[in-house]
Design a protein around this ligand. Structure first.
Ligand SMILES: [Zn+2]
Length: 417
């Protein structure tokens, strides 16, 4: 985040300096235009002053507008940010505070190395009752996690997932309060009926990206007494969604590109179920350009999906069915790794955007005796990081091998490419 924040501040400062310099220049020009001629007399050669020294007449012809550079932005997206009890225990400090920075320390630079970074926050944040912080099955994590996630360069969090009502509707509201307070862009959970209606359009390098976040369900938590508002307006459920209307709303709000972040499908499988494939097609047909899926806790294929729109036009969308676990304490085969999807939005002459340079970075979640750390797996395929035992290293290599079979259409990258 520091790199990105610095970049943004620098850009802002450059802008301010440019405005300042322009203002001075304009001020000078204006002064020159109204400055009285020497002697205050009518226009014409003034005695003793050579013609050549006359103030030139100001030109009123406008400077031609430079052709704007085509806009582009590099995006990175990852799957589930989980916080299991073991991760809470590892984060706990002697003074009772929680520090999650070590868990993101080996991957923060990688996450920050983009113009915009997206993730799924699969826990509620902030204490709204007297219960202790908790991992599975009802996730609740201290606010300091957001400090780490923000420092790691993540800009956008989807809150539409099956755990957003884990601490009731008030827990959902508190999570949104905190996510907002820490400066994240977000969508998928709403504190009020009005918020449910808002069109979430973020701006990256001048490109307006509309964000649609949905979840299939919230583990039945919305049915518990006092949580009715979650069902009514608090959560964006897939089953309620009208994709055409949602896309239209974003376009009306200025969106030039549309991302959808569905939390869907069956858990613990590397293959998307039929209903997920059908929904992906519907999203693309409705005008979604990139689908960033999560929930199965395992990686599923990344593919181009073609779909026919209502008017009979064929559209193409990039679909990552499931990006897997980004960080967790899960140990089952295929749950200890995920992917970081890297792609670029490029403006074409027609003003529409291409999704290009799609790459996939395998990430491995290294569970150690006193810390859990996510790292770029390909960097350690040929030699393990210091301290990694052979069994863990074999799991890392298996993760990469398995992803090579699962994702065949796009190149695989390490942290340096
Ligand atoms: Zn989930």
């Amino acid at each position: 985040m520091y790199t990105k924040a610095l970049k943004r501040t620098t850009l802002m400062m450059t802008g301010l300096i440019a405005i300042f310099v322009t203002a001075i220049a304009m001020g000078l020009a204006a002064r020159q235009m109204i400055a009285p001629r020497p002697g205050g007399g009518p226009a014409g050669p003034v005695e003793g002053i050579h013609e050549i020294e006359r103030t030139p007449e100001p030109t009123l012809a406008p400077t031609p507008e430079p052709t704007p550079e085509p806009r582009s932005a590099r995006i990175r997206a990852v799957g589930d940010l989980m916080v299991h009890q073991t991760q809470l225990d590892f984060a706990k400090q002697e003074d009772g505070s929680y520090d999650f920075h070590p868990q993101y320390a080996r991957i923060a630079d990688v996450l920050a190395d983009a113009d915009y970074t997206i993730a799924n926050l699969e826990t509620t944040i902030g204490r709204n009752d007297n219960r202790a912080w908790s991992g599975f099955p009802c996730f609740n994590t201290p606010e300091s996690l957001l400090d780490t996630v923000r420092d790691a360069g993540i800009d956008f969090l989807t809150l539409a997932n099956n755990h957003i009502v884990d601490r009731g509707f008030t827990g959902l509201q508190l999570t949104v309060d905190n996510v907002e307070r820490y400066g994240f862009d977000y969508a998928g959970a709403n504190r009020t009926p009005e918020e449910k209606e808002r069109a979430v359009v973020v701006e990256v390098n001048g490109i307006h990206i509309g964000m649609l976040c949905y979840t299939e369900m919230t583990n039945g938590m919305e049915k518990i007494k006092g949580n009715g508002a979650a069902r009514e307006y608090g959560v964006n459920y897939l089953k309620d969604a009208d994709f055409d209307a949602d896309v239209r709303k974003l376009r009306d709000a200025g969106a030039e590109v549309i991302f959808a972040l569905p939390h869907w499908g069956a858990e613990y499988t590397q293959k998307p179920i039929q209903s997920v494939e059908t929904t992906a097609k519907k999203l693309v047909a409705a005008g979604v350009d990139v689908v960033l899926g999560s929930h199965p806790h395992m990686v599923q294929p990344v593919v181009w999906v073609e779909a026919e729109t209502e008017s009979g036009e064929v559209r193409r969308g990039l679909v990552a069915y499931s990006m897997g676990n980004f960080i967790s304490n899960m140990s089952k085969r295929h749950t200890d790794y995920g992917i970081l999807l890297d792609f670029t939005l490029k403006e074409k002459e027609t003003g529409v955007f291409d999704v290009t340079d799609v790459k996939v970075m395998p990430t491995f979640c290294w569970r150690q005796p006193d810390v859990i750390q996510t790292l770029p797996a390909l960097d350690y395929y040929d030699a393990p990081p210091e301290g990694m035992g052979d069994d863990r290293w074999q799991r890392l290599r298996e993760a990469v091998d398995s992803l090579r079979k699962l994702i065949v259409d796009f190149p695989m990258i390490g942290s340096k490419f």
